[in-house]
Design a protein around this ligand. Structure first.
Ligand SMILES: *Cc1c(COP(=O)(O)O)cnc(C)c1O
Length: 220
């Protein structure tokens, strides 16, 4: 088995260097994260607020933390002081709460809209139409302490690579369409361990990779 440093090296050398790599450290203990940190990787993603806050407190303060999982409005206050990027904005109500907590912390918090592209019932997110409406709404302009800087999507969990490719392609085309509407988006967050190569081929510039770096995860 490769070390974490070797896995990181292998992934980084196989992707264009302008791709942003989020090392998804959910379920792995702080010591494991430190192996990646000591290998020079300082960008990590977590999907649960409680776990994220505990790790933020335990680990070096120059880590850039990303929240990639569903965020409940009543938990925004715990991450607002330090979060770098929230990938998982899935309602306007959540965005309003992020804005409110950002204001309390005198911060501007960068956010991605999570877009629903998978053929699965359980995935959170906006449809293309809902997100277009949101991005062009006057209500959004009132939220001065958040910035929408891109989109995030997850493909269906399937072995059908053609389907995964088509789902990523649809999000990538939507992202490009928004650019032509002069919405200055920087991040297209799509791709995980199993599908990041397909995602990059379809235009992703931000990948969220966990098990390919840290090894198999133990869910309990
Ligand atoms: C867990 C997770 C990932 C990473 O998954 P791996 O298969 O371990 O690479 C990426 N994105 C989200 C939203 C996740 O919850």
């Amino acid at each position: 088995m490769n070390s974490i440093a070797e896995n990181l090296n292998e992934i980084k050398s196989s992707i264009p260097k302008e791709i942003k790599l989020i090392a998804v450290s959910k379920t792995y203990p702080p010591e494991t994260i430190m192996e990646a940190y000591n290998a020079g990787h300082h960008i990590f993603g977590e999907n649960k607020v409680q776990e994220l806050v505990a790790k933020y407190e335990a680990l070096p303060k120059d880590i850039e933390w990303h929240l990639i999982g569903h965020l409940q409005t009543n938990k925004v206050k715990y991450v607002a002081p330090f979060i770098s990027l929230i990938h998982s904005i899935d309602s306007f109500k959540l965005l309003q709460e992020v804005n409110k907590q950002a204001q309390k912390n005198s911060r501007i918090i960068d956010c991605l809209l999570q877009i629903y592209i998978a053929k699965e019932e359980t995935k959170f997110g906006f449809s293309f139409e809902e997100s277009t409406d949101l991005l062009s709404s006057s209500q959004l302009k009132e939220l001065k302490n958040i910035r929408i800087v891109g989109l995030m999507g997850m493909a269906t969990n399937t072995d059908n690579t053609e389907q995964i490719k088509n789902e990523f392609k649809s999000l990538s085309e939507f992202y490009k369409k928004l650019q032509t509407l002069n919405l200055k988006l920087e991040f297209l967050s799509m791709g995980m361990s199993s599908d990041y190569k397909i995602a990059i081929a379809e235009g992703s510039n931000t990948i969220r990779v966990g098990s390919a770096i840290f090894g198999k995860r133990n869910y309990h």
